[in-house]
Design a protein around this ligand. Sequence first.
Ligand SMILES: Nc1ncnc2c1ncn2[C@@H]1O[C@H](COP(=O)(O)OP(=O)(O)OP(=O)(O)O)[C@@H](O)[C@H]1O
Ligand SMILES: CC(C)(CO)[C@@H](O)C(=O)[O-]
Ligand code: BAL
Length: 284
Amino acid sequence: MAPLVLRTVAETAAWVESLRRSGRSLALVPTMGYLHEGHLSLMREGRRRADVVAASIFVNPTQFGPNEDLSRYPRDLEGDLAKCASAGAEAVFTPEPAEMYPPGFQTSVTVGEVSQGLCGARRPGHFQGVATVVTKLLCLFKPRVALFGEKDYQQLQVIRALERDLSLGVEIVGMPTVREPDGLAMSSRNAYLSPEERHRALALSRGMAGAQALYQGGTREAAALVDVVRRELAAAGLREDYVELVDATTLKPLSAVTPGLPARMIVAAFAGKTRLIDNQPIGG
Ligand SMILES: Nc1ncnc2c1ncn2[C@@H]1O[C@H](COP(=O)(O)OP(=O)(O)OP(=O)(O)O)[C@@H](O)[C@H]1O
Ligand SMILES: CC(C)(CO)[C@@H](O)C(=O)[O-]
Ligand code: BAL
């Protein structure tokens, strides 16, 4: 069935209230649209965890830097609504920017340490934009659970922090990265890649697999593990934005993988003008 399309905060609040009265629980999947299997995996898991799934499709201007791709971000609302229906989403919230940020809007949510390194350092203001819009969505929908992908690993940790610190009472579920058969992490921005860049982009997942293989062979030092990824990126002609081995929870840099402390390799690199991110656990 085609999902109910919600365009305003007021009609969404009324829909949420009617759901609450009917005693049905809600799972929320926030997105920026141009949906792919990664997004749909979140919606299907939402169906398993709650009675009703709602998605939001909103290309949030406040999380884009002045020289980023806001104006050309891919959009396909009609196709997205069909995909939401196929994944069992009952409602889709797709507001205009002025509906989310009306004149006089002056509040923002800033998450501390966990938002400062990695993408936070490379994209100033990005996580403040994400944290503010996600807080607004969680307050509006009051879901039992909200689902996010591990592909945006730092974003997931930022959202976990804001939910916990503001006592929002929403279960934040992180879902594994869905990949193309050749290993490329699915991402709406993959649509920007030429066939040649698409091929070179495999260096991200290949580099991290190489780092994990080196770990399996006994290497523990971060510098050596990171170097494997860097060499793959360089060989493919990708421009590194960062490659770091970090504590999987705090995202602080690690000098080595140690037993009992989950570690994550996190990568951002440019294929031409397109910035791609990926990450993978390193260790047992
Ligand atoms: N490959 C994936 N597997 C699982 N979840 C994903 C994947 N890609 C995106 N998501 C998740 O979907 C949600 C919405 O993400 P978003 O709409 O920005 O998609 P995206 O493909 O990450 O886009 P972009 O290319 O702009 O980064 C986020 O929680 C994100 O982590
Ligand atoms: C979480 C999110 C929908 C907030 O705009 C966005 O950052 C995204 O799509 O990952
Ligand atoms: N998927 C993360 C949203 C962004 O890059 O702005």
